[in-house]
Each structure stands twice: as C-alpha cells, then as structure tokens.
Design a protein. Structure first.
Length: 382
C-alpha cells in the first residue's frame, strides 16, 4: 500500500511542479471516432480522458479547473476527421487538438492544425509519417518501426517461427506501414515471407486470401489490421480448418475482436500494444480499478493512452505557463520521463514517444500479458 501511494504521488508530482499563469486557460479539441467502425477506440479514448481529468481535479484542482474539452466525432473516416478538426479549430477556437487513433484519420487532420498554427497531439497513431508533417504535431505512443520489429523478433525468437505470411489492409497507412516494418525485420533476422495478400476495410469475406495463404504453408500469419476485420479473419480461418498462429499490432486491442472471432478462433495468437490490464504495476492496477468503478468494464489500450495523453498535455500546459501555441509546442517537446499508466514517456527530437511496448497473448474472451520489451535495450521482461 505504501508503494502504491508513492507511485501515484510520483505521477501527481509531475503535474504540480510548475505554476500556471493565473490568467490562462486551456481549451482542448478532442477529436475521436465516436461512431462508425472504430468507435470502440474513440469511446475508450474519451473515457480515459474523462477519468484523467477527474483524477487531476483531486490532485491539482487549480490546474484541472483551467482545462476544458470540446469533443467532436470523426466518424471513423479521414473525410469526417478533416471536417471535425476544422470545426474545433475554427468554430470552437481550441488551443490544442487531441486525437485521433487511426493513423489515416490523424494524417487527414494535420493540415488544418498547421494552418491554424495549433499543436496536435495524437495518443495512438503509430504510423511514422504522422509527426513528419509538421513540428506542431506530437504523438504520445510508440511508432510502427518499433512495433513491427518487436513483432518480428517475437515471432523469430519467442515463437521460433521462420516462415511468415502477411494479410494487410491495402488502403490503411497503419496496416501497410506495420507490415513493411515487420517484413524488413523478419527477413533481416533470417525469416522468410512466403505470402503477401491484401484486403480492404469493411469487407466481410476473407476466404479467398486465406486459401492462397494456406497453400504457402506459413507457420505464422501477420494481420496488421483493426479488430473489425481481424476478428472475422480469425473466425473464417478456423472455419476453414486453417490453424496458424496470428500476430498483430495495437489495432487488435478491442473486446469486439473476441466477440467477432468466437472463443475457439480467438485463442493463442499474439499482438503488440501499449498496455496490459493485468500488468502488476501498482499504478496500472489503480487505473484499472478506477476505470471499472466508473465505466463498468475493463480498460483497453486506448483508454490508457487517452488517460496518459491528456495528462501529458496538462503537464506541458503547466510547464509552459501559458496557452500560446509556441510555448505549448516547446513544453511538449521537452517532455521527459513522464510516468503514466501506459509506461514512461519521453518525447524525442522527431516528436515521437520513446516508451516500452507490451505483447499480449489472446485467450477465448480477452488477452493477457506475455512480455514487456524496452525500446532502448530491446530487453524483455515476463
């Protein structure tokens, strides 16, 4: 119990070390998928944000009182994401944009933020192109080159797999990028890619692609997509009698994946993510307990990223002492060793987060912690 108090006190201390100028307030435009196929991500992100600000009101009420949030729905697609971000910037006149999850949708939002001269912080978009668009853009999660290399190393060394196939969404920046980085690392480690097939988000039948892949006899299948399609791919592979270990990224991280796949098809696969709810870290367990008490269900990775992301913004605001874009940009860039529930975050020169990654193993109805891999050392903890 003493350890838990010390851990939570350390998180709170990061937000109480620098006084905010009394006259300044921060208006945040939170743009997430609140409807459409990715709405699970948006709901979790907003839940995490709300819980974070509720807890901040207890640890630093003066700071919390200065932060307001305007929510806008990007409807799970790039076109509406661009419209939503223009609304919060031009109509609501927010000081900073927070969102979104899918990399293609975040990329569609960048131009408007840059035109308005306001920082944009994504808690979950992992495609490296996102932060290359402007120095005003930041992310508080790891990037796909790291995620792809971790999955390749895990397949080669933890699972002893040497022949991989890839089934990707050919219209998703996230999916194509993650597949590219996995393939490069897998080949560099001595593995062979025996098949490459593609699908399009929104489709329901993947048997043609799975039949072609099965003919190539891979011992592992990378499916770097989102849960809506991955769940169906698992189910259809099982129906075909195609039993192969599947790997994926953080796009799998949703309870809906297990509902779509079914209990038997969902078992014994692996995916990389930002957070494991059964991680024994006291701060993680406190977060899980608080989230369950407030929302009646277990948090996923996007909840943890929404939680940490808004607190990183709050921390930067406090250190900046003002809501001006240049000061916020500078403070965000100077974020070092911010300890949150999804890990310890440092923003590097490219405005990407340097932090650990978690690998989870799927069961019938959910996933459990398998390993944590450090970004700096590549060392695994189990």
């Amino acid at each position: 119990m003493v350890r838990l108090r010390c851990t939570l006190a350390a998180i709170a201390l990061a937000l109480t070390a620098h006084p905010v100028l009394a006259a300044d307030k921060l208006k945040v435009g939170a743009v997430f998928a609140l409807s459409g196929g990715q709405s699970t991500y948006g709901e979790e992100s907003i839940n995490g944000l709300d819980l974070a600000l509720s807890n901040l009101a207890k640890t630093d009420p003066a700071l919390a009182a200065k932060i307001s949030v305007i929510r806008e729905d990007e409807k799970s697609n790039p076109v509406d994401a661009a419209t939503a971000v223009k609304k919060v910037l031009n109509v609501d006149q927010v000081d900073i944009v927070f969102g979104t999850v899918a990399s293609s949708n975040t990329l569609a939002m960048v131009a408007a933020a840059v035109a308005a001269g306001k920082p944009l912080v994504t808690p979950a978009s992992t495609n490296p192109e996102v932060t290359k668009k402007s120095p005003l853009v930041f992310r508080t999660c790891f990037i796909d080159p790291f995620q792809g290399s971790v999955l390749a190393d895990f397949a080669l060394h933890n699972l002893s797999k040497k022949k991989a196939a890839i089934l990707l969404d050919h219209k998703s920046d996230y999916s194509m990028g993650l597949a590219q980085y996995f393939e490069e690392a897998f080949k560099a480690g001595g593995g062979e890619i025996v098949a490459n097939e593609a699908y399009e988000a929104g489709k329901k039948d993947f048997k043609t692609q799975l039949t072609k892949i099965r003919a190539r006899r891979p011992d592992v299948l990378l499916v770097p997509g989102y849960y809506q399609e991955v769940g169906l791919i698992m189910k259809q592979a099982r129906q075909m009698g195609f039993q192969v270990t599947m790997l994926g990224g953080d796009g799998w991280d949703s309870p809906t994946l297990f509902e779509l796949a079914g209990a038997e098809a969902a078992k014994d696969h692996y995916f990389s993510s930002h957070f494991a709810p059964d991680d024994k870290d006291p701060a993680v367990q406190k977060f899980v307990s608080d989230y369950k008490a407030r929302f009646g269900k277990q948090p996923g990775a996007m909840a943890s990223l929404g939680y940490d992301g808004i607190l990183i913004i709050a921390d930067a605001f406090k250190r900046a002492g003002t809501n001006s874009a240049p000061a916020l940009q500078k403070a965000l860039a100077e974020t070092v060793n911010f300890r949150g529930v999804s890990g310890t975050t440092t923003i590097n020169a490219q405005h990407d987060a340097v932090k650990d990654i978690v690998v989870l193993k799927t069961g019938s109805t959910g996933a459990t912690f398998a390993a944590k891999i450090g970004v700096a050392t590549g060392k695994k903890s189990h």
